[in-house]
Design a protein around this ligand. Sequence first.
Ligand SMILES: *[C@@H]1O[C@H](CO)[C@@H](O)[C@H](O)[C@H]1NC(C)=O
Ligand SMILES: *[C@@H]1O[C@H](CO)[C@@H](O)[C@H](O)[C@H]1NC(C)=O
Ligand SMILES: *[C@@H]1O[C@H](CO)[C@@H](O)[C@H](O)[C@H]1NC(C)=O
Ligand SMILES: *[C@@H]1O[C@H](CO)[C@@H](O)[C@H](O)[C@H]1NC(C)=O
Ligand SMILES: *[C@@H]1O[C@H](CO)[C@@H](O)[C@H](O)[C@H]1NC(C)=O
Ligand SMILES: *[C@@H]1O[C@H](CO)[C@@H](O)[C@H](O)[C@H]1NC(C)=O
Ligand SMILES: *[C@@H]1O[C@H](CO)[C@@H](O)[C@H](O)[C@H]1NC(C)=O
Ligand SMILES: *[C@@H]1O[C@H](CO)[C@@H](O)[C@H](O)[C@H]1NC(C)=O
Length: 589
Amino acid sequence: MIPLLLSLLLAWPPGTGAQQDPLMPFMENLDADSNVILKWGFSEVQGTIMFQLTVKTTGWLGFGFSPNGDMAASDIVMGGVGPNGTYFMDYHATGNSFPLVDKKQSYTLLSLTEADGQTTMTFRRPIQSCDEEDFHITDSPVKLIYAYGTSDDIRYHANRRGTKEVNLLKFMPRSSPPDSNYLDFVVENVTVPAERTYYHCKVMKVPKLNGKNHIYRIEPVIEHLDLVHHMLLYGCPSSVNQTYEKKCYTEGSGEDCIRVVSAWGVGGGAFELPEIAGIPIGGQNNDEFYRLEIHYNNLAQEAGRRDSSGLRLYYTAQLRQHDVGIMTTGLMVAIGWGYAIPPNATAFHSYGLCNTSHFSDIMPDPVPDLSVFSVALHTHLAGRKVQAGHIRNGEQIDFLGLDENFNFEMQQATNLGNIKTIKPGDEIVVECTYNTTNRKGITQLGLATTDEMCLAFVFYYPAIPVTSCCSHPDMHAYMAMMGKTVNQNIEEMLKTAAWDQSSTAVHEATMKRVPQIGFIIDVNKNYSMYEGNIRNMTATLSVSCRSDPSLQAGPLEPFNYNTSPRGSGSWVVTSAAGSVFLMLWTTML
Ligand SMILES: *[C@@H]1O[C@H](CO)[C@@H](O)[C@H](O)[C@H]1NC(C)=O
Ligand SMILES: *[C@@H]1O[C@H](CO)[C@@H](O)[C@H](O)[C@H]1NC(C)=O
Ligand SMILES: *[C@@H]1O[C@H](CO)[C@@H](O)[C@H](O)[C@H]1NC(C)=O
Ligand SMILES: *[C@@H]1O[C@H](CO)[C@@H](O)[C@H](O)[C@H]1NC(C)=O
Ligand SMILES: *[C@@H]1O[C@H](CO)[C@@H](O)[C@H](O)[C@H]1NC(C)=O
Ligand SMILES: *[C@@H]1O[C@H](CO)[C@@H](O)[C@H](O)[C@H]1NC(C)=O
Ligand SMILES: *[C@@H]1O[C@H](CO)[C@@H](O)[C@H](O)[C@H]1NC(C)=O
Ligand SMILES: *[C@@H]1O[C@H](CO)[C@@H](O)[C@H](O)[C@H]1NC(C)=O
């Protein structure tokens, strides 16, 4: 009885009552005494950033961006609730003197309230401003400055001022639960073969944890940055009860372990989960065995190199409100189905669909709304752009992620600027744009970096049992539409085709138009198969310079992409999909 009670107690969400504002998921204390608290969130699609400054004072508040932490040359906004009502104004400072009012007011006040001796000011501005008197926010750390007064008479702030450097657009929280612990999932002295692409797999047993815990932070432990391209950690089902270490995707290697637990991609750093959610580890219903997969990219094909790398997972028994799930979406890596990206294409588009209407095929209703806080986009070497469109009732309502300047060597994850909700029935379309001008033959889907993938890993809560929601064009329909006989060897046909601009265009359009075969796979490898269609992405990004925040109307306003290719890249990278789908394919044959 006692252990059960104990585990129930442990499983009970702590009474922190921590809530995450979906529009402002980030928070930082600007001073040491927690008198000045900043919350913020942003939308790369709308190109706006929203702030909420809460200060323990009933006087005026000032907040701004400074090149060096001083007042000179800073962009400042000041406001408060005074005897005559609220006041709020955009200023800039030319020195250590009273700031000047901007000719163009770029900040929009959303609310200003005073209660319990503190003042809360909520406002919005464009991420990038065309106004010379305003500061451009980029994805680099910026020095935030603040000051406040004890009355509404804006005068010298004395020592009620400070500065803190924060990366607003690539913020990573840093929590330190008192019972913090970590587990290392690492390989030891793996001999990396003299091959360009090598996937090494190690199934490990975790030491018994005292019930369920939450992973809240993942750090890479990398010995050779020039070799390790990505790492993934998967949870295994109870059928896996033995450790082993060998080349991945070979016979009998723990390919039943498909629940993505954590991951790291080249260029990435530590990743921390939002304070209200954690990745479950340990506990009755969680696996004891884990599979670490390391993709070695031995470009020079050097022999005799050894490596000891892996992931360090920080966990806490202080359970957070939600379990985090990681779901793979995009183009299914169905090896042998026939998929070709033609050579000599400057911008070939591939698509994958996830139709969440079909979640209920493999899990009990009701399917909850999923709160997405991070998305990692993934292609291999030919990828140049990736967009994960969010579609509801047949219309694109947002992007879950997008990267207009995809860089294979910079696959780091960042948290989204706001929490996006996937409702049951929503669709996710992943579009990848490839450049194959330097290739002689077709590019197929596969595990090697010279093969391709088109995936988006979606980090969300609360966790549901779905691990993968991907699709592949129906190649029989493709053959029919191309006027070919179905029993022709598709792969052979694609390999030997004479590709030119027009045949490439027809091929690309047909692959998009034919029905998709969608797969939803759960943690037990049960799956549901369905048909679907790729809808057009209707949202576009423009590079217009916008400085008037009042223009922000709809959810899909143009976005200024000049300096900040946000959403860049995938933090998680997988090829697990490959093996899973390969297996599915063979079981279906
Ligand atoms: C409030 O308004 C009155 C009358 O217009 C003015 O005299 C006073 O200075 C104002 N007070 C503040 C703090 O702005
Ligand atoms: C790897 O091998 C080297 C040399 O044989 C040894 O010094 C080192 O301790 C080994 N590292 C691990 C993690 O086993
Ligand atoms: C491991 O699992 C297999 C079945 O999957 C079972 O036959 C075997 O007895 C198990 N071994 C241990 C040590 O539990
Ligand atoms: C590649 O495509 C360009 C047109 O986009 C064409 O001029 C060129 O001949 C092609 N090269 C090859 C090797 O097919
Ligand atoms: C495609 O890649 C080639 C070679 O890497 C490069 O020269 C070219 O500028 C790229 N084209 C586009 C449209 O990205
Ligand atoms: C899913 O898989 C598990 C384990 O393989 C099996 O026991 C269960 O019956 C399956 N559920 C469905 C709905 O197919
Ligand atoms: C998704 O599934 C639903 C229910 O079957 C269907 O009505 C809808 O058309 C599907 N969407 C796509 C894009 O195939
Ligand atoms: C999608 O766009 C293509 C061309 O851009 C067009 O031919 C097609 O009709 C569109 N499909 C839908 C469903 O709107």
